[in-house]
Structure formats: structure tokens, C-alpha cells
Design a protein around this ligand. Structure first.
Ligand SMILES: Cc1ncc(COP(=O)(O)O)c(N)n1
Length: 453
């Protein structure tokens, strides 16, 4: 017999509808909770026949059945937080509100009214029934349309969002997050209104319509974080970041717009070790082949990004870079996450335009390397530091972002090498990029052979 090794986790509860299409509703909620390391329980309010194109049918469960599910779950588990999604009718809202009276844990209410597809998920006359439920909740997460229905305030900007949030606070809810995703603009602004304070969470807008499930995912991420013990503001901040990534790396499923990727953060975490091993494998090949001819004065670094990396902390590189020694090239220290700044920022910026890129290396650039690149006939791009606007020149961070934009934006064929001819006090370099470590190593060794032959 094997000894059991129980895994103890915070427990969260979702009270929502089933989405047969898997992107929203209960399915999104449980996936999001699992991605947060939280055990998810559920009370299903309605069963929808739905896919990425829309809702074709919906069946609301008898309130007795919803009651029974809530009894079963709250009677047994130590629930840390709950969230509501599609509640469909006044009866269901009242049933849930009755239970919420006895909840000893935080409750997040996402007042779901209309699906992204435009289909109604709530009877029109049930809109007013939310008041009592909200009075027993910790947080409400209306989008601008829902906030307007609940308050009769047209939400078009920060000021009206705060006014609507304050009006919703009158129900007795502790806090209101007015989600700005439906408002136009390059930046999405979600505004958290509590009694006496307003805090804005900003994210760059992702150019996709695959936002099916975004509201459900955000509400569940907040509930999961509350269940794990986060204070409210921390939970909201973490959840909006979680959602930003889930939208950027959406699931391209179905014929419609696709769905948010509830698992992306978990997959990204799980890929860290593999990513570090990939970088190490490239470094090993460089040491074995002795690529001394390509090591710049500043040192060489090999950087690997996790598949959904958005920050330097999610890129692995050689600590202390790779340098030339009398006996060939040597990494100074081991491979660590966050060990590179310049090459990592360049790779992350390039991934804004070519998201499949995973690895990069910086090499020496001089006339011999230039000739070698020409002989190899690779697509090569170049950016000229002298042409960058002054305000960007101030920080190395934005120089890398600006350079990557020059090299990768609006191109049919993405370059495999990007030349930076340097400037006073800045060594000229060429950065090689690839989708996988083998290709990067192959290209670098090909360039090295071309230079040394
Ligand atoms: C069962 C169910 N619950 C909620 C939503 C809202 O999600 P979205 O607005 O992203 O379509 C949905 N479509 N289906």
C-alpha cells in the first residue's frame, strides 16, 4: 500500500451557469480556480447550449436544485470565498441572496446580464433583484453596460465610472470594480471604488475579440485569490494581470472569436524549468563549439522566454553572461530567471510583434560579421540609435522596445538577425532570435563558422 499524501488547498465556490462551449460560466470558473491552486466547488444555476458564436438555448434549474447544491457545498467544505455569475431570473437571485445571508466568507458578484455574443443571460425584470444580493456581497464587478443598468448612470469615462460605482455602494456592497473593457481606448481601465477610495488598474488593450469568458475569469480569479487569503485590492490587482495574459494568449477554438485562456499562467509557470534547460543546452553548444569570434566586449547572453512571458522575471539567461577566456567561451554563472536585462527586454519587445519568438542571443557586430550575415542571406533588420526620439533615449528599457519595434513591426518576414550599429559608448551588436533553442544554436554556429572561415 502506498502512503497517501493529501494535498490541502483553499476552497472556492462558483454559483453560475454552465457554458457548453467551455469558455465562460462554470467551466471558466473551475478552470480559473484550478489555475490558482484553489479547489473549486460549484452550484449550477442554468444550463446553456452555447459555443463561441452564441447561445442557442438556456434552461434554468429549479430553485430547489440550486438550494440543494448550495446546502451540499456549504455544509461540507470550508469555503474561503464565493462568486456568482449567470443567475438568470429573479427567483434564482433571491435564492442565492437568501444563502448569502449566512455566508461567513467573501462573495464576489459579477452581475452577468448579456453574453459577449449579445445574447441575454438575465431576464430583463430581474435586473432590479440584484440589490439585496449586492447588499450581502464583498465586491461587485459590473462592466460599464451592467453598471449603467444598475444605476441609470451612463458610464463613458472615469468620472461616470466612479459615480456609478458610488451609486452601487449604496446597496451595501463593500466595493465595486467597474470594468472598462467595453470603453474605447488603447488602455483598459478597471476602477475599484470603495467607501472613501478609488483605485484604477490599467492594462494595455489586447487587439483581439476573443474575450469570451473574460468576466467569469476575472470574478473567479478574484474569488480564488480571496480564498487563498489575499486582501481585496491585492486580489483585484493580481486577477486583472491574470486576465490580461489570458486574453493576450487566448484559446483559438471554435469558429467564433475563441475564448480566454484560463490556464495560461499555470502553463507558463510549468514551463520554467524546461525554459532554463533550453537556455543551458544552447550555452553548452556554444562552449563546445567555442564561439569566441562572436562574443562581444560586453559579453554574450542567451535568453529564453517562457511560452507566455511578459516580464524579464519570466526569461532565463546566464548570470554574469558568457565571456571569452583563454580556453574558449565560458558562462560566468548558472542559468537564472531574470539574469538578463538588455537582451531579455529586446526579446520581450520583439514578442509583442512576433509572439512565437522564444530565444535570443547578442553577438559581436563588425565588418566581418556583416559580411557573414550577407553571405548567409538571412532576413536581417537594423535600427539606427541616432533616429530614436530623445525621450526614449533616456532609458535602456525603452531603447530596446523602440529598437524591436523598428525591426519587427509591420514586416511580412520577421528578421532572424537585428543589427544595432551602436553609438558613442555603445558597442555595436547583432541579436539573433528564434522560435526554439535548436534553431538559435544552429544559426549562431552557422554565423560563427562563416566569420571564422
Ligand atoms: C453560462 C454563461 N455565463 C456567463 C457568460 C458570460 O460570459 P461572456 O460575457 O464572456 O460571454 C456566458 N456567456 N455564459
Amino acid at each position: 500500500m502506498r502512503t497517501p499524501a493529501p494535498d490541502s488547498r483553499p476552497v472556492a465556490l462558483t454559483i453560475a451557469g454552465s457554458d457548453s462551449g467551455g469558455g465562460a460560466g462554470i467551466q471558466a470558473d473551475l478552470a480559473t480556480m484550478a489555475a490558482h491552486g484553489v479547489f473549486g466547488t460549484s452550484a449550477i444555476t442554468a444550463v446553456t447550449a452555447q459555443n463561441t458564436r452564441g447561445v442557442s438555448s438556456s434552461h434554468v434549474l429549479p430553485t430547489d436544485e440550486i438550494d440543494a447544491q448550495l446546502e451540499a457545498v456549504t455544509d461540507d467544505f470550508a469555503i474561503g470565498a464565493a462568486k456568482t455569475g449567470m443567475l438568470a431570473t429573479t427567483d434564482v437571485i433571491e435564492t442565492v441572496a437568501e444563502h448569502a445571508r449566512t455566508f461567513t466568507f467573501p462573495l464576489v458578484v459579477d452581475p452577468v446580464m448579456v453574453a459577449t455574443s449579445g445574447d441575454r443571460l438575465l431576464e430583463p425584470d430581474a435586473e432590479r433583484a440584484y440589490e439585496e444580493l449586492l447588499g450581502r456581497a464583498t465586491l461587485a464587478t459590473p462592466n460599464t453596460d451592467e453598471a449603467e443598468v444598475l444605476t441609470d448612470i451612463a458610464v463613458t469615462d472615469d468620472e461616470s465610472a466612479v459615480a456609478a460605482g458610488e451609486a452601487i455602494l449604496e446597496t451595501g456592497v463593500d466595493a465595486v470594480l467597474v470594468k472598462g473593457g467595453h470603453l474605447p481606448g488603447e488602455t483598459v481601465r478597471d476602477i475599484l471604488v470603495t467607501d472613501g477610495s478609488v483605485r484604477t488598474f490599467e492594462h494595455p488593450r489586447v487587439g483581439t475579440e476573443a474575450t469570451h469568458g473574460s468576466g467569469c475569469t476575472l470574478g473567479s480569479a478574484i474569488a480564488a485569490r480571496l480564498a487563498a487569503g489575499d486582501p481585496l485590492e491585492t486580489a483585484v490587482e493580481g486577477a486583472t494581470e491574470f486576465l490580461e495574459r489570458a486574453v493576450r494568449y487566448y484559446y483559438d477554438v471554435g469558429e467564433g472569436h475563441g475564448a480566454v485562456n484560463h490556464m495560461v499562467s499555470l502553463r507558463n509557470e510549468a514551463a520554467r524549468e524546461r525554459t532554463a534547460e533550453d537556455v543551458q543546452a544552447v550555452v553548452d553548444r556554444f562552449v563546445e563549439a567555442d564561439v569566441s569570434a562572436l562574443v562581444p566586449e560586453v559579453g554574450m547572453n542567451v535568453v529564453g522566454a517562457t511560452p507566455y512571458a511578459d516580464s524579464v522575471a519570466e526569461t532565463a539567461a546566464v548570470e554574469g553572461r558568457i565571456t571569452r577566456t583563454l580556453s574558449g567561451v565560458q558562462p560566468n554563472r548558472g542559468v537564472r530567471f531574470g539574469a538578463s536585462s538588455h537582451v531579455a527586454r529586446f526579446l520581450l519587445s520583439a514578442r509583442e510583434f512576433a509572439p512565437d519568438l522564444r530565444v535570443a542571443v547578442n553577438c559581436r557586430f563588425d565588418a566581418a560579421v556583416e559580411d557573414a550575415l550577407e553571405a548567409l542571406a538571412w532576413p536581417v533588420a537594423e535600427y539606427d540609435r541616432d533616429r530614436q526620439p530623445d525621450e526614449i533615449r533616456e532609458t535602456a528599457d525603452s531603447t530596446m522596445g523602440w529598437g524591436a519595434r523598428q525591426a519587427f513591426a509591420d514586416r511580412d518576414e520577421p528578421p532572424v538577425a537585428v543589427v544595432d550599429r551602436g553609438a558613442v559608448g555603445k558597442e555595436a551588436l547583432v541579436k539573433l532570435v528564434a522560435d526554439d533553442p535548436e534553431t538559435l544554436a544552429d544559426r549562431t554556429l552557422a554565423l560563427d563558422r562563416e566569420v571564422t572561415e
